[in-house]
Design a binder for this molecule. Sequence first.
Ligand SMILES: Cc1cc2nc3c(=O)[nH]c(=O)nc-3n(C[C@H](O)[C@H](O)[C@H](O)COP(=O)(O)O)c2cc1C
Length: 402
Amino acid sequence: MILSSSRLRSRFLGVELENPFILSAGPSTDELDITRAGLDAGWAGVILKTTSLPTTDVDLVYPMMSSFNNGDDILGMGNIDLISIYHLEEIVKRISILKSEYPGKMIAASIMSDSREGWQTLVRALKDADVDLIECSFSCPQGNVGEDPGKMLAQSVSATEKVAGWVKEAAEELPVLIKITPQVTDIVAIAGAILKSKCDGITASNSIPALMGIDIDSLTPIPQVDGYSTYSGLSGGAIKPITLRTIAEISRNFTDATISGNGGISNWRDSVEVLAVGASNIQICTAVMLHGFGIIEDLTSGLDNYLIEKGFNSVTELVGKALPKLVSHEQLPRHQVRSAVIKEKCIGCGRCYISCRDGGHIAIKWDSVNRLPDIDEEKCVGCGLCLLVQPVDGCLSLKRVD
Ligand SMILES: Cc1cc2nc3c(=O)[nH]c(=O)nc-3n(C[C@H](O)[C@H](O)[C@H](O)COP(=O)(O)O)c2cc1C
């Protein structure tokens, strides 16, 4: 079992991390004993669930969790949770306890407020408690308090720059991360506002407002709270492609931006992808809620083995490595490709034929006697749909024809 190795170690905004995996603000960091268990299991750090001043009313409703599934697999999780019920004084106490019990771990706090004075009061108290880093939730799916209640702060460029500036003014040299939402028109403008505010980094990104589903018997949206519902924050595997795009877009436009990757990361392979588009480390919430703290063993061993296999001496060498190959659509090479059936592997299911007939280019003929697809090279454009539906790995391939 590898929880740390010289390859996995890094420095993030001045804080030493024994591995790149951090527990993000959520249920797993909302109770002291649960947080301790996470750190004991080998997580490199924690961001305690978002705290606020006692004047902020945190009015929770239950049940708060839902999901959308493919059979037994949870593809995405939804929650209508709010920030922590524990206010500043309690969190300050916990920071001191965790800092003394876990000197080698990153102990960070997350905050949300509704005024300059509120944000700065939170920052100053946490700074006095010697917190390693502050993350600001500008992206609670139920909306931030203050500026434009019900909306997310990070949906407004001007509000983001203004409030991030207030926080950094109070934090001074203490590192500040701004946690953003990908649900914006222009993520680059939001990232630019954060960098302008002189905050130190960006957490990309939070769960995403979504409607998790409708119970078609009662025609009530889910989750149901006494027959009513509201929008949830969608998290887990379903949002990983959005996370990748968000981080990639920020990294490509701001090469010096420091990004903490978050949203839909469930295993070490996901973490490689998120690091490769520009995140310096990985925050996880949902995968821990679904599978427990023990996933840290797979995350660290898997990532370490990958680094060895690919010849990386350090996790930091992997950061952004996929970006040079990410270009705009018009910059993509224009090659001709065609599908080819690998007859020895074909099981005669006809799925490629049906998809091409009804959703492609009618470029697959069906030999019903031998139950074999036959590619019409004149009609095939090489769209790749048949490869998506192939039930057997390698029964179809794409070949270059120019
Ligand atoms: C039940 C629940 C509660 C959460 N509470 C907070 C919170 O208080 N503050 C915050 O910044 N993010 C909160 N989050 C968001 C997570 O920290 C994380 O950004 C999001 O779930 C995406 O990551 P994931 O796919 O790994 O879960 C919460 C997520 C869940 C599922």
